[in-house]
Design a protein around this ligand. Structure first.
Ligand code: NAP
Length: 281
């Protein structure tokens, strides 16, 4: 049987309607949620991500401002700007688009964002709170994955979850979220031996490697839920995920496409965090 395709665009569309209502309530109280995005340098991929975030903000009624800096901006200038935004009561969310140039300490910059305005959920305070099960701004990609599963009615409790990724923005926060929902989690990475022996056990398999066709049908259990986070361009310049979609969809129970799966969920979770930040502040 062919897998059910989880339509991230459709789910994000429904969440967008809810957010528009929440923004309406805030505006009646005289508050317009505002997101400031800082972009350093001219990385074309970052440019695309930032543009989609700005566009989505506008559609929902969130005021958004893009601050662009040249590649040679100093760390101090950036930190001073963030300090100013932290103090500005009209700004509810601050996002620094990564990666930053090598000369700038990414950790220092992320640490400098007020956790109350850290809508990307990358600051140590938010990551730590997530880990101990307290309220936190959760990193948008894993949060979007959890929301997808929830909306599709896919239970996590007691399931075997295999995540291929151990990064701070995907694998680590997703592990914390899956544990919170009582899943049994295995985290694989580039040093893991015999990855298929793990993936074949997975009831829910999440791949975020960034290599096209990394996940073949032989690596997937019948009826598994396959979540494809990877985004890369194939030899023809077409955006694709980690999963050999056409073949795996014949075996899996559920599958997310690329594009149109995790990507739109990530952006809408950023919007949700921004609206929540405005409500909290
Ligand atoms: P990253 O930091 O480079 O992480 C990649 C992970 O894959 C690492 O844990 C790495 O292991 C592991 N890996 C690499 N080669 C492997 C191999 N041969 N076997 C097993 N594991 C391997 O990247 P990231 O920022 O987390 O992003 C991962 C992918 O997700 C990228 O394609 C990115 O574009 C995409 N992404 C998409 C969204 C979205 O919204 N759709 C959001 C975020 C990221 P090590 O830790 O051992 O190096």
């Amino acid at each position: 049987m062919t897998a059910k395709i989880i339509d991230g665009r459709e789910i994000a569309g429904k969440i967008k309607e809810e957010l528009e209502k929440r923004v309406g309530v805030l505006k009646e109280k005289g508050v317009t949620p505002k997101l400031v995005v800082i972009l350093v340098g001219n990385d074309p991929a970052s440019d695309v991500y930032v543009r989609s975030k700005m566009k989505r903000s506008k559609e929902i009624g969130i005021a958004s401002e893009l601050i662009r800096y040249p590649e040679d901006i100093t760390e101090n200038e950036l930190l001073e700007k963030i300090a100013g935004l932290n103090k500005n009561p009209e700004v509810h969310g601050i996002l620094v688009q990564l990666p930053l140039p090598n000369e700038i300490d990414e950790k220092k910059v992320i640490d400098s964002i007020d956790p109350k305005k850290d809508v990307d959920g990358f600051s140590p305070v938010n990551v730590g709170n997530l880990l101990i099960g307290e309220t936190a701004f959760e990193s948008c990609t894993p949060k979007g994955i959890m929301r997808m599963l929830d909306i599709e009615g896919i239970p996590v409790e007691g399931k075997e979850i295999v995540i291929i990724n151990r990064s701070n923005i995907v694998g680590k926060p997703l592990t914390a979220m899956m544990i919170k929902k009582s899943g049994t989690v295995t985290v694989c990475h580039s040093r893991t031996k015999d990855i298929p022996s793990h993936t074949r056990r997975a009831d829910i398999l999440v791949s975020a490697v960034g290599k096209p066709k990394f996940i073949t049908e032989h690596m997937v259990k019948e009826e598994a839920v396959v979540i494809d986070v990877g985004t890369t361009k194939d030899s023809k310049g077409k955006l694709c995920g980690d999963v050999d979609f056409e073949k795996v969809k014949e075996k899996a129970g559920y599958i997310t496409p690329v594009p149109g799966g995790v990507g739109p969920m990530t952006v809408i979770m950023l919007m949700e965090n921004t609206v929540t930040a405005a409500e909290n502040q």
